[in-house]
Design a protein around this ligand. Structure first.
Ligand code: SF4
Length: 380
């Protein structure tokens, strides 16, 4: 595979992203190849951001000025080598904060993905000028945004909590309205806009209201994850599993059933001894247009820091880098990770439940000391 493929060469046939086809779910590659396989590469292209959210999972890495990135060509050569690559994700910070990053890295990476028949996602707050996003829209599959608000005041309070200086309400309202407008325009341009909400101490009672606003914004997917104590969120109040379960039940009762809901990093597993948790999973599996994604980090995905070339298992854990794209092939780094004791400690798989175990943050938060390797799904 050569990364200089022209965009107008014949594209491979790609199934539509839908509840029936989510290539970011590592169960897809596990079923296909019989072992965890690198099919997804996430690239952190910016540590700049115009916001400072209370819960930001990479907040400690945010800076006001950043160094040069590794050459794009080096990254493209490493992507070329990933034999089973199916998806890429581009993340930050706000990855499109700098126009030159959009032009010189993001657009070429998206064009590369499109030319290779690979699905792409950008994680963005979409609060910047629409022109920033417009140049990427023709090559982009999923625009992933965060949405945890019921009003502009919520957004003002949450989105700038860690700014270190006061941000006026007028500024916040302007960004909030632009975010909603950009989401609508991107949807109209054919991009799948997926709004993610986190269930946390602020949102768990109003998650159904948040869902309603996401539908009104024209998003085609609502993604829901519990908040985990990473970075800025480390000292925020955490919910119990019971509160989390109740919030999800409320959301399922109130949701618009025509819209795809994707749940991820849930702290519930079919091996649970709690029948209510197993009943929730059974309900999630039976509901139309609802999917529960196994966590990709370290299961089918690696993260590359585009400033250092370091390769991580995820962009927001304390696990140190275990390779660098300057020296290593990504498939080799992935195999090294799978062979390590940390990966092995959570490497369970119950095919009948479509489950391949908890991610590291979930285990650390709710199941410390638990040995998942000795558990088995209970199929009621
Ligand atoms: S794969 Fe692991 S977490 Fe999932 S049901 Fe089986 S033992 Fe539990």
């Amino acid at each position: 595979m050569n990364h200089i493929l022209a965009i107008n060469e014949q594209l491979p046939i790609r199934p539509e992203l839908s509840p029936a086809y989510d290539p970011w779910d590592p169960i897809v590659s596990l079923q296909r190849y019989g072992r965890h396989t690198l099919t997804s590469v996430e690239m952190t292209v910016s540590n700049l951001c115009n916001m400072r959210c209370e819960h930001c999972a990479v907040g400690d890495t945010l800076v006001l000025a950043e160094p040069a990135k590794i050459p794009l060509d080096q990254m493209l050569r490493r992507l070329d080598e990933v034999e089973h690559l199916e998806t890429i994700s581009i993340t930050g910070g706000e990855p499109s904060f700098s126009e030159s990053t959009v032009r010189n890295y993001m657009v070429p990476l998206l064009r590369y993905a499109r030319s290779r028949g690979i699905r792409s996602q950008i994680n963005s707050n979409v609060t910047l000028d629409y022109k920033r996003y417009e140049q990427m829209a023709p090559y982009l599959d999923v625009m992933h945004i965060s949405f945890n608000y019921t009003t502009a005041d919520d957004f003002h309070q949450v989105g700038f909590a860690r700014s270190g200086h006061s941000v006026s309400r007028d500024t916040a309202v302007r960004l909030y309205e632009r975010m909603m407008d950009n989401a609508r325009r991107l949807s109209e341009a054919g991009v799948l806009v997926s709004a993610e909400s986190m269930i946390n101490y602020r949102t768990h009672h109003k998650i159904a209201e948040i869902h309603q606003l996401i539908i009104e914004m024209g998003c085609q997917r609502h993604e829901v994850h519990p908040m985990y104590p990473s970075s800025f969120a480390a000292n925020l109040p955490m919910l119990s599993r019971e509160e989390m379960r109740a919030a999800i039940e409320r959301l399922l009762d109130a949701r618009d059933k025509s819209v795809w809901m994707l749940f991820g990093t849930l702290p519930f597993f079919r091996c649970s001894s709690n029948p209510e948790e197993r009943a929730l999973l059974a309900r999630l599996a039976a509901e139309p247009n609802v999917t529960v994604r196994n966590d990709p980090d370290g299961r089918n995905r690696l993260n590359v820091n585009m400033f250092t070339g370091d390769v991580f298992v995820t962009d927001f854990s304390d696990v140190p880098a275990f390779g660098n794209v300057k020296n290593d092939r990504l498939d080799d780094v992935f195999d090294r990770w799978l062979d390590g004791s940390l990966a092995r400690s959570i490497d369970c798989h119950c095919p009948a439940a479509g489950c391949c175990g908890p991610n590291l943050l979930v285990k650390d938060m709710y199941y410390r000391g638990e040995n998942f390797l000795s558990r088995q799904a209970i199929l009621d």
